[in-house]
Structure formats: structure tokens, C-alpha cells
Ligand binder design. Structure first.
Ligand SMILES: [Cu+2]
Length: 156
């Protein structure tokens, strides 16, 4: 996990990056990102975020990266014969003016091959590859609600 840059750097850093991002993922807004805390014996967990697209063009999410995770996959949850199964998605599209929620029980970001399970309260950097450019946010680790967590038990 990178150390947060001092506030004085923020504007300058954004300006320095803007040429590369101008035509790419800058319209994407990542909101309410969080990572589910699971027992430390687990090697994988899930992260959730809402991706809002205020721009006039569709946004296509093709992958991403998260601190501590060896890799990140886009997953959906589908019910097959009464069983919840996860299915990897090549990409997820956010139509112009709309938002897509990665949320428990449906679309989620799978964090695989964790170096270690993050602790509740730990904040991880989370980036999504959107229209070919990384868009990053910070995701707080939380213990999941008592709601169905079965999506993880059927993984791999
Ligand atoms: Cu999954």
C-alpha cells in the first residue's frame, strides 16, 4: 500500500496525470468502495464499489488491481439449480449517465492470491481499468453484514 501523498501534492499530481487521462477514464466516479474482511485463513475475498458514469460515452471496465491482492477479477453471481455460482466477466459496461453497483450477491471484484487478509478498518488502494486507464479509490475493509456470503464459499 502506498503512503498517501501530502495534500499539497494532490492538485499538481492530478494536473500532471491529466493528459493521459483526458480522453480515457476520467469520467468515471468510484463511490463507496469497501473490501470484505474474511477469516485470515482465506486467500481470497471480494470488494465492492459503485461506478458512476456522468459522461456522454459508455465506460468499459476490463479489470483492475488492489493492494495486497495478486490479481483482481470481475465476477458476477448467478444462480444455477438453486446454487449461487460466480462467473468471471471479461468486462462490465457502465452506460452513459448511469451507474453500476458491485454489491454483495451480484457483481463483485474478486481479490485473489492475497498476501494476507486485510483487517477490519484497514484502507486499501483499489484501482479499476476503465476505458484503458486506471481509476483509483480507497476501499475500507469491513466485516460483511450477516447477509448471504455464499458467493465466496463456492469459489474455485
Ligand atoms: Cu467472485
Amino acid at each position: 500500500m502506498e503512503v498517501l501523498k501530502p495534500v499539497s501534492c494532490v492538485l499538481g499530481c492530478v494536473l500532471a496525470l491529466s493528459p493521459a487521462l483526458a480522453a480515457q477514464g476520467q469520467e468515471a466516479v468510484l463511490e463507496d468502495a469497501w473490501v470484505r474482511a474474511l477469516p485470515p485463513t482465506q486467500a481470497n475475498t471480494a470488494a465492492y464499489v459503485t461506478v458512476r458514469n456522468p459522461g456522454p460515452e459508455p465506460l468499459v471496465i476490463t479489470g483492475g488491481a488492489a493492494a495486497l491482492a495478486g490479481r483482481l477479477e470481475l465476477h458476477d453471481t448467478v444462480e444455477v439449480d438453486g446454487m449461487l455460482r460466480m462467473r468471471q466477466q471479461e468486462s462490465v459496461t457502465v452506460p452513459a449517465g448511469e451507474a453500476v453497483a458491485f454489491a454483495p450477491g451480484g457483481l463483485h471484484l474478486m481479490l485473489l492470491d492475497l498476501e494476507r487478509m486485510p483487517a477490519a478498518g484497514e484502507v486499501l488502494k483499489l484501482c479499476l481499468e476503465i476505458n484503458g486507464a486506471p481509476v483509483c479509490t480507497e476501499a475500507e475493509t469491513r466485516r460483511g453484514q450477516a447477509s448471504p456470503d455464499r458467493e465466496h464459499q463456492h469459489h474455485h
